[in-house]
Design a protein around this ligand. Structure first.
Ligand code: MG
Length: 260
């Protein structure tokens, strides 16, 4: 069952989202050659707690850290540690923030110094797919409209949607119904109603769509070890249209959804 939120509850989730966006902006400034993913994690946890909020991921199903840090061919769920970022890497940073019992969830993939044209194209496509999906999150639309917008944008650029991993509803819990697939048919699936809040999170690979799970039980890689990127917004369906609760401001392809 989808738990719809009141306007006041959406505002609370937006407050969590504002802290999350500031966390990602802080992290983006620390992403550089030589930094470890553990250092990024430590900075994120310190910042989130300094705002009176809780790092949602820490302890979730035993996950040991505040951020998921997933470089290069790792798609999602990387455990921060001694991995040193090198020039030319890309690094997905996924963060959850809980404030006053309400969760926001978002991710961005950052370049580490100068990156290849191919890697840059992957980041641009994935972020554009996220925005295309989010733009469909309006009352009366169907979840398949969101999924199809993502898939269409990715496939137009000759890349693959990682379809075994999906977005989700979000609220007091990080994972609520509905599932938000990154591929699907427009006009199908549940109808989005005012007050539905979803985490839309395209995961995109330059190569094939298949994945493998690492022995650590968390890290998900592309099966062919091609580069992958991940961008995620928490989005509320409102009478006025999609409201991005985690709007970041720097972007290669800026659009109307970048926030106010
Ligand atoms: Mg998520």
């Amino acid at each position: 069952m989808i738990i719809r939120k009141t306007e006041a509850e959406v505002d609370k989730m937006a407050a969590a989202g504002a802290i999350l966006v500031r966390t990602l902006e802080m992290i983006s400034k620390k992403v550089r050659p030589g930094v470890t993913t553990a250092e990024l994690d430590e900075a994120a946890e310190k910042f989130i707690r300094s705002q009176g909020a809780i790092p949602t991921f820490k302890g979730y199903r035993g996950f040991p850290a505040t951020i998921c840090a997933s470089p290069n061919s790792m798609i999602v769920h990387g455990i921060p540690g001694p991995t040193v970022l090198r020039r030319g890497d890309i690094i997905s940073v996924d963060v959850g923030v809980t404030l006053d019992g309400w969760v926001a969830d978002a991710a961005r993939t950052f370049p580490v110094g100068a990156i290849s044209d191919e890697a840059q194209a992957l980041l641009v496509t994935t972020e554009a797919a996220l925005k295309a999906g989010a733009a469909e999150a309006k009352p009366g639309a169907r979840i398949g409209d969101v999924s199809n917008a993502i898939q269409s944008r990715v496939e137009a650029d000759g890349m693959s949607v990682v379809h075994s991993l999906v977005g989700h509803g979000v609220g007091r819990e990080m994972h609520e119904p509905p599932e938000v697939a990154n591929q699907g048919e427009a006009g199908t699936g549940i109808v989005l109603e005012e007050g539905t809040v979803i985490a839309i999170e395209p995961m995109v690979a330059i190569g094939g769509p298949d994945v493998t799970l690492d022995d650590d039980g968390w890290s998900v890689y592309t099966a062919d070890r091609s580069l992958a990127a991940h961008f995620e917004f928490t989005v509320a369906v409102t009478a006025a249209g999609p409201r991005i609760l985690t709007p970041w401001h720097e972007s290669k392809e800026s659009g109307d959804l970048d926030g106010s």
